[in-house]
Design a protein around this ligand. Structure first.
Ligand code: PBG
Length: 327
């Protein structure tokens, strides 16, 4: 059947009809808010490259988390900015490290909030790479031990879930074994399974002070041109015992999200990264687009592609907007 019997515009005529035929809905349940933790107390510092985002001390983060939970956001993911860095990232595995301390405080302030911790060395190493170096190379197998120590220290501090983002081979299996041996068999792993070497991390490296001091991350993060390789990565991580898979970044990789959704029955997360956030705000600041609409459109497209949950710096803004709409 075709025009004039078929008229696609019939069902687009009113907001109510559009609401009834809408295929994808974004919900506050889908959101995970990334937070940056700094040492000290009583401080919030706005991040220049990410307007509206703050580096927070543990106590300030705990207050923020209580607010997020009341707004309906179910989870946060924590990144740490330590006061000291060294070649092995020891400040990231200490029991009293920034993320470990913040985790404990946040769980006191918002016990039912899911606290996820990012497990990676780049914020803690003096060279800014995601693992231990051997010469100018990141040593995969030596890094696994340090990552496992870090994941354990997070779990011991009360983290509900750990999320390795380093892209070393075999890290999910190594972390799973370490957690299981130490009584954390119930702590899930959200694996950054398909993480690309992306220009869209630009603002984050500023926020987390984690830029590599030499070279780049292309020997461990994925080549943006590859889709089949992402499926191999997710097969491996699923086999190693990942509980949630992640694709990162999100917007430039919607085809990868859709392909992973088809391939695996695990819950799927997508990380809408710092560049995706800052790009919208920068364009809006110059009057080029409406930030609120661009935010909803891009997050909805990530869900439409197949993501179950979205790590996004817009989490609070979306939750506040839902609250306004629902009165
Ligand atoms: C650490 C890490 C990065 C991001 C999350 N975890 C940076 C990187 O790999 O360079 C990026 C997050 C963002 O841009 O929002 N390995």
């Amino acid at each position: 059947m075709e025009f004039p019997i078929v008229r696609m515009r019939r069902m687009r005529r009113t907001e109510t009809l559009r609401r009834m035929t809408r295929e994808t809905t974004l919900s506050v349940d889908d959101l995970i808010a990334p937070l940056f933790i700094i040492p000290g107390s009583g401080e919030r510092r706005e991040i220049a490259s990410m307007p509206g985002q703050y580096q927070m001390t543990a106590d300030a983060a705990a207050a923020e988390c209580a607010e997020l939970f009341v707004l309906g956001v179910p989870a946060v993911i924590l990144f740490g900015l330590p006061d000291k860095k060294d070649p092995k990232g020891e400040s990231g595995v200490k029991a009293d490290g920034v993320v470990q301390k913040a985790t404990t405080l946040i769980k006191k302030a918002a016990p039912d909030l899911c606290v996820i911790t990012d497990v990676c060395l780049c914020e803690y190493t003096s060279h800014g790479h995601c693992g231990l170096l051997k010469g100018d190379n990141v040593d995969n197998d030596a890094t696994l031990k340090q990552l496992s120590r870090m994941a354990l220290s997070h779990a011991a501090a009360g983290a509900d879930m750990v999320a390795p983002s380093d892209m070393m081979d075999g890290r999910v299996a190594a972390i799973r074994a370490a957690l299981d041996e130490s009584g954390f068999a119930m702590t899930p792993i959200m694996s950054y399974a398909a993480k690309y070497a992306s220009a869209f991390y630009g603002p984050f490296r500023d926020a987390a002070d984690s830029a590599p001091q030499f070279g780049d991350r292309r020997s461990y993060q994925m080549d943006p041109a590859n889709r089949r390789e992402a499926l191999r990565e997710i097969d491996l991580d699923e086999g190693e015992g990942a509980d949630i898979l992640m694709v990162k970044p999100a917007l430039a990789y919607l085809d990868v999200i859709a392909a992973v959704r088809e391939r695996s029955n695990l819950p799927l997360a997508a990380y809408s990264v710092s560049g995706e956030y800052s790009m919208i705000l920068a364009a809006a600041e110059r009057g080029m687009l409406d930030a609120n609409r661009a935010m909803f459109e891009s997050l909805t497209s990530i869900k439409r592609a197949g993501a179950d949950m979205i790590l996004t710096y817009f989490a609070k803004a979306v939750a506040e907007e839902f609250k306004r709409r629902n009165g």
